[in-house]
Design a protein. Sequence first.
Length: 33
Amino acid sequence: MEGTLQSTLFVLSATLRILFLVLGNTIENKDSN
């Protein structure tokens, strides 16, 4: 159970990191255009 929770948190943090990177790139692209 503990291992499942750890892996879930790891996946969530990784997904959030990717989302923030994509959002940041999108905003930068809009500003440059």
